[in-house]
Design a protein around this ligand. Sequence first.
Ligand SMILES: Cc1cc2nc3c(=O)[nH]c(=O)nc-3n(C[C@H](O)[C@H](O)[C@H](O)COP(=O)(O)O)c2cc1C
Length: 223
Amino acid sequence: MSASTPGFVPLEFQRLSSDEMLARAERFDAQIQRRRTVRHFTDEPVPMEVLDACIRSAGSAPSGAHKQPWTFVIVTDPEVKSKIREAAEEEERENYSGRMNPEWIGALEPLGTDDEKPFLEIAPALIVVMRQAWGLGENGRRRQHYYTQESVGIASGFLLTALHLAGLATLTHTPSPMGFLTRILGRPQNEKPFLLIPVGYATEDCAVPDLARKPLDEIRVRV
Ligand SMILES: Cc1cc2nc3c(=O)[nH]c(=O)nc-3n(C[C@H](O)[C@H](O)[C@H](O)COP(=O)(O)O)c2cc1C
């Protein structure tokens, strides 16, 4: 393949020195290490253009056969947020009162979470990431999508990273099962809720669990 092959364009690849690569990698690492899951938000609105830019970044993620199997729903309407909170808490009450096994409940204990989710109403915006299990062609014909879990997982990572670098706090939330989101948001049946991400600013006195990240030696293997 070359740039003169129909359907191909030149890649604008930028080759950097080793020093510059390391400096960039370390600068990014220092920034991303400061990302934390936030569960206490103020109700201060966030600029919509910032959310749009971050979602555009998420949409640049690689995807199976370039099907881009994602939709990002921004919810700011207080009534819709209330409905989401009500439905999420209903599911979470069942989760915490028996649907999750004791080991799962134990794993959550250090995080201090419970079945109450006030942030779903307080946070100024919720971004609901939808995974398109299949595409919709003309006349609603099903179009095959590939590796949708992997693709939407990567796009969500891009989104969380972009929001963090833009100065916003996020919570990666999964009030499982999340089918109620498709109904409340009026989304088509090919869209399956993947993540519910409250976005905003952390409260002044916000505290987060004292968690340690695995050191490099534990997560990296060289072969
Ligand atoms: C797929 C996924 C689902 C999660 N679901 C929830 C959730 O439902 N509620 C919650 O409070 N945190 C949830 N979290 C956040 C994790 O608890 C958090 O990422 C972890 O404790 C590490 O903390 P940190 O993000 O501050 O580094 C979820 C994270 C991931 C990746």
